[in-house]
Design a protein around this ligand. Structure first.
Ligand SMILES: [Zn+2]
Length: 182
């Protein structure tokens, strides 16, 4: 077991796009194991490498008794959306909010041995693929919410006991955010 600490919202690594995996080597297999162990310990339905501080395009999932991982994912999404589904994130402990996502997703990528893999998911599985792939692009679920929901989410984040633990609080002018969640 190699359980890693999970980075919290505010840590810059969560806003940094991850690099594609090039070497399908022993180190990559250790990363997949660390992600799996950390996700199962949390417990969580998915975990992306940046959440344990590693900037590589790798995530693990555990949804509906399906446990697996995907490397260098590429998603094909249904146009049909689930607007109301609740979503949480291990980098936002204890919080979940309605977040719009495509209902179906086909995720293409590779396994840790470099073999091509195609995964299909609906509902929670599709949501997981989208959430984790977003992590690899430095995108967080709060970015997927409408403005009103994001405001409610950010209020809950500010009130959360873990808020501000991962990075110094930087005070900015209320006009300086450009409409983006901080
Ligand atoms: Zn997450």
């Amino acid at each position: 077991m190699a359980i890693q600490s999970i980075r919290l919202f505010g840590d810059p690594v969560l806003r940094t796009p991850a690099a594609p995996v090039v070497d399908f080597d022993k180190e990559l297999r250790k990363l997949v194991k660390d992600l799996t162990d950390t996700m199962m310990d949390a417990p969580g339905a998915g975990l992306a490498a940046p959440q344990i501080g590693v900037g590589l395009r790798v995530f693990t999932y555990y949804v509906d008794d399906r446990l697996g991982h995907l490397i260098n994912p590429d998603l094909d999404l249904s146009s049909e959306l689930d607007e109301e589904g609740e979503e949480g994130c291990l980098s936002f402990p204890g919080l979940s909010f309605p977040t719009p996502r495509a209902i179906r997703a086909v995720a293409k990528g590779f396994d840790m041995h470099g073999e091509p893999v195609t995964l299909e998911g609906t509902d929670l599985m599709a949501r997981c693929f989208q959430h984790e792939t977003d992590h690899l692009d430095g995108i967080l679920f709060i970015d997927r919410m409408d403005v009103k929901q994001r405001k409610l989410a950010m209020k809950a984040v500010r009130e959360a006991e873990w808020s501000g633990l991962s990075a110094p609080v930087i005070k900015v002018s209320p006009h300086a955010t450009g409409g983006k969640a901080l």
